[in-house]
Design a protein around this ligand. Structure first.
Ligand code: SF4
Length: 689
């Protein structure tokens, strides 16, 4: 899509921020980014949000890493690629010889391409010999994936984003969709306004979609599971379940019915604070709607029982026949642009590509034939376990690309202490992140505009991005860097373009079997599973569910109550998440002038009620103290939060202000996703001006 050299180039790319996967043409002249023009995006049409439209200046930031860095006693010094790669290869070899391959661990990035995530796990498994491999879905979406998998066999969105518009009813649970997935929220807003689509939002905080909703419900923190089960039980009691759908497509109704014992409306009201009449209304709306889609995000998954609640959502959809057609189904909203893809690519401790188990004999045989080595057999460590293993002295080296682990993992003080203890730490990133300050070697990577590859968005849509700019300075695309590291360790890889990596992925991965770069040319895209003939699957469940008998399973999930409810000492519930303008720790958006000027720093949202109690106003400065750490932060008084609940955006460039200085290490019991939303703090007033 390039014009003549020296003139304006128009290059198709895919947004590097959230999981909606907006695609557009970026207009460039030399290194200047002139404009971003959405024209044909299959996920977004002609829409973008502020980040996709204006969030690109960071690629020309003078703060970009442009050469490798090596730590010395006194700090970091610039080094040649040769020197950095030799040091990495020597230390990885030494540590593997001394302590075995499982003394090393690898973390892929959900911001880099599918091909790059694939190579990272290939490096870990085929070259080093360990399954200690993970990606940041561990911090967000793993519970949704598992919760769905148990019930319907795939962990992805049931249909396309455009299908949501066809629903008679949309329910959002623990999702601030208008700020976290803005373009997807635009479609919901449009259907709600123009088509009469009903909208129920369930959340702690009265954000934009909550204000627009026909019904806004505020349960007590961490209790979604209880109201979901109560609604399911009520539907069964009233005989309102979809009997023909259950008989034809669903197993285990009796076990599920038994698991609902005790989940009466009265019990749910006592636990969640939601009135019984409201629960009856939710049940009625679901059974009367012409199709219900349930959207959920971190408010559900970042809890001790995130997987259980995700299964409870899927159970309710099955009970009411809300799968196997457009305008119905489960929509866990993926956070990063390629968090879906990083997991699809096997950057996980127990799965290789396409969620194939590492201990499955057939999978192992296929990989051995392709790679010429056996996969390591036993499950590796996930992110959460890696931190504990470093503290225990069992994990000595780590290679991490494109992750601000120090600030994004929960309990940052504990994570930082672990990173300090590593014998050897390699960080690969576009900027010198806070995490990089703990590294022994820092490698300069190129961002998405400087490389070719593919991303997979929240609706399982695989899309190509094309190189719009040459890599800045001595930076390189991640796939090239990983290949350099692998070859210093003796791998002998010869990839010259990401399309060759995708061909290998397709050979190894039934979900991606028919994916080729030719089939993804320009604005074309494919939604997995993609069959060998190139046929894709926009609607995930058409002819049943991917179990041997084609039937889904109702799963008897268990309630896991919060472990940090407010106490006398820590009397406030501490909620946290995104804001529209910035993305996560802000390593890109805070280096993008217009956005950084608009929202220059973080704050804590305080309700008018709490502000009155403590004598606070907007601009007051407070110290928040949890069992795990403390932050000093200015106050924003707003009606978005209520009572004794606080909300703080996760976006800050000041490591001392990161929300995860306050969160603890407790995690979802099944997937180890941190329970970020299960945190209690106390508030100390520092100044009230
Ligand atoms: Fe990018 Fe998401 Fe905004 Fe689309 S909605 S432009 S993918 S941040």
């Amino acid at each position: 899509a390039a014009g003549r050299e020296g003139y304006i180039r128009r290059t198709k790319t895919v947004c590097t921020y959230c999981g909606v996967g907006c695609s557009f043409e970026v207009w460039t002249k030399d290194r200047h980014i002139l404009k971003v023009e959405p024209t044909h995006g299959p996920a977004n049409g002609v829409s973008t949000c502020i980040k996709g439209k204006f969030g690109w200046d960071y690629v020309n930031s003078p703060e970009r890493l442009t050469t490798p860095l090596i730590r010395e006693e006194w700090g970091f010094r610039e080094a040649s690629w040769d020197e950095a790669l030799n040091l990495i290869a020597r230390r990885f070899r030494e540590i593997r010889a001394e302590s075995g391959p499982d003394a090393l661990a690898f973390i892929a990035s959900s911001k880099t391409t599918n091909e790059e995530a694939f190579l990272m796990q290939k490096l870990a498994r085929a070259v080093v010999g360990t399954n200690n491999m993970d990606n940041c879905s561990r911090y967000c979406q793993s519970p949704a994936t598992l919760g769905l998998w148990r019930t319907v066999g795939y962990g992805g969105d049931s249909g396309s984003i455009s299908d949501i518009e066809q629903a008679g009813l949309v329910i959002g649970i623990g999702t601030n969709t208008a700020e976290s997935h803005p373009v997807l929220a635009t479609r919901v807003k449009r259907s709600h306004k123009l088509r009469g689509q009903r909208l129920i939002m369930v959340d702690l905080r009265e954000h934009e979609l909550a204000r627009r909703a026909d019904l806004f419900v505020q349960p007590r923190p961490g209790t979604d599971f209880v109201w979901l089960n109560a609604v399911s039980r009520y539907i069964l009691e009233q005989g309102l379940e979809k009997k023909d759908f259950l008989a034809r497509w669903v197993n285990d109704l009796d076990g599920f019915r038994a698991s609902l014992e005790g989940y009466t409306l009265a019990h749910a009201e006592a636990v969640t604070g939601i009135a019984q009449d409201t629960l009856r209304q939710i049940a009625r709306e679901i059974v009367q709607a012409d199709g219900t889609c349930i959207l959920w995000a971190m408010g559900v998954t970042q809890q001790m029982g995130g997987s259980e609640t995700s299964s409870a959502i899927s159970n309710l959809l099955l009970l009411t026949g809300n799968y196997m057609r457009p305008g119905a189904g489960a929509y866990p909203l993926r956070g990063h642009n390629n968090v879906q893809g990083a997991s699809d690519m096997g950057a996980m401790p127990n799965y290789v590509t396409g969620y194939q188990k590492v201990d499955d004999p057939g999978v192992r045989a296929r990989y051995a034939a392709e790679w010429g080595v056996d996969l390591p057999a036993s499950r590796g460590l996930d992110n959460h376990e890696m931190v504990h293993a470093i503290h225990a002295g069992e994990l000595r080296a780590m290679y991490l690309k494109g992750e601000e682990m120090s600030l994004v993992d929960s309990n940052s003080n504990y994570v930082d202490a672990a990173l300090e203890k590593l014998d050897f730490f390699v960080v690969q990133d576009v900027f010198f992140s806070h995490t990089a300050s703990f590294a022994d070697v820092v490698l300069p990577a190129s961002p998405s505009l400087e490389k070719d590859g593919t991303f997979t968005n929240t609706e399982r849509r695989i899309q190509r991005l094309y190189r719009a700019l040459e890599p800045r300075g001595g930076s390189r695309p991640d796939w090239e860097i990983i290949q350099l590291v692998a070859n210093r360790l003796g791998a002998g890889w010869t990839y010259t373009h990401p399309s060759q990596i995708m061909a290998e992925i397709a050979r190894l991965t039934p979900l991606y079997a028919g994916v080729t770069y030719e089939r993804l040319e320009g604005f074309r895209s494919l939604q997995w599973p993609v069959h060998p003939d190139g046929t894709d699957t926009p609607l995930l469940f058409k002819d049943g569910f991917p179990f041997p008998d084609g039937k889904a399973r109702l799963y008897p999930a268990q309630f896991v109550p919060p472990v940090e409810p407010p106490t006398e000492e820590y009397d406030l519930h501490f909620n946290n998440g995104r804001m529209l303008e910035h993305f996560h720790e802000g390593n890109m958006t805070f280096k993008t002038g217009g956005i950084a000027q608009k929202v220059p720093g973080t704050f804590v949202e305080v309700s008018p009620e709490l502000a009155g109690e403590r004598g606070l106003q907007t601009g007051s400065v407070v110290r928040l103290v949890s069992r795990h750490g403390a932050v000093r932060v200015p106050v924003l008084v707003t009606e978005r939060v209520s009572g004794h609940q606080l909300y703080m955006p996760m976006n800050t460039q000041d490591a001392a202000q990161a929300v995860n200085r306050l969160t603890g290490s407790h995690a979802d019991l099944s997937t180890h996703t941190p329970a970020y939303k299960d945190t209690a703090v106390r508030l100390e007033v520092l100044s009230v001006d």
